[in-house]
Design a protein around this ligand. Structure first.
Ligand code: IYR
Length: 224
């Protein structure tokens, strides 16, 4: 085919149907074992694991291939403490100051979340994903970004899955509000904090809520 821009051939692996299903089943049972964790050990995690998870995230499809994300990895204890303190200040207003509307509180009840965010200091890494609302051209002009939420959400899904594959745990933590992360992470105004991920091993006594996933019949509708 004729193109105005460079194209390269793409021929991903092909498998016979049995192997396709075997691989899909294996991947499903792997991701099915993932849980969000709120109780972390302080056991160190090699920085290379963070790099690999971000490399995986960085393969995400994105609107117009604009790749509108930046990940910031915080291992510095002083910065982790600042993040924890700022997050807990906000969350105290949510939980103890009555800022969380009753309906939201009720929806969260079974997770037993509180304003105590000690995991933000205990986990060896805090990785903050920022969404780039717009880009900046060579002359400082704003470049419109498309489908930022979708793109960054997909990248974060890959990030979470890569961590799980390495035997690491995380939490999609969204302190509310979380603008304080822009300042602590020294990010430009074009970037908005998207998700804060504590990354590490679960503590030996970690527990998670006993939740079920909805059945496939509720997740998938078939026509044809
Ligand atoms: N940001 C708060 C509340 C919270 C909100 C949702 I939606 C959750 O799934 C979990 C918690 C907190 O971090 O505690």
């Amino acid at each position: 085919m004729e193109h105005q821009h460079p194209f390269v051939p793409y021929t991903p692996e092909r498998y016979d149907p049995e192997e396709m299903i075997r691989r899909g089943t294996g991947f499903y049972s792997h991701v099915e074992r993932r849980r969000s964790v709120r109780f972390f050990s302080d056991e160190p995690v090699p920085y290379r694991c963070v790099e690999l998870a971000v490399m995986a995230a960085n393969t995400a499809p994105s609107g117009a291939h604009q790749q509108p994300w930046t990940f910031v990895a915080i291992g510095d204890p002083g910065l982790k403490r600042r993040v924890r303190e700022a997050a807990e200040t906000e969350e105290r207003q949510n939980y103890e100051g009555g800022r969380l509307p009753p309906e939201w509180r009720a929806a969260l009840a079974r997770l037993e979340t509180t304003s105590d965010k000690r995991y933000l200091e205990v986990a060896p890494w805090l990785v903050v994903c920022f969404a780039q609302k717009y880009g900046t051209g060579p002359d400082g002009e704003r470049i419109r970004h498309y489908y930022v939420n979708e793109s960054v959400g997909i990248a974060c899904g890959l990030f979470i899955t890569a961590l799980h594959t390495m035997g690491l745990a995380t939490l999609t933590h969204t302190p509310n509000p979380m603008a304080f992360l822009t300042e602590i992470c020294e990010r430009p105004a074009a970037e908005r904090p998207y998700i804060l991920f504590p990354v590490g091993f679960p503590s030996s006594d970690a527990e998670v809520p006993d939740l079920d996933r909805k059945p496939l019949a509720e997740a998938l509708v078939r026509f044809g």
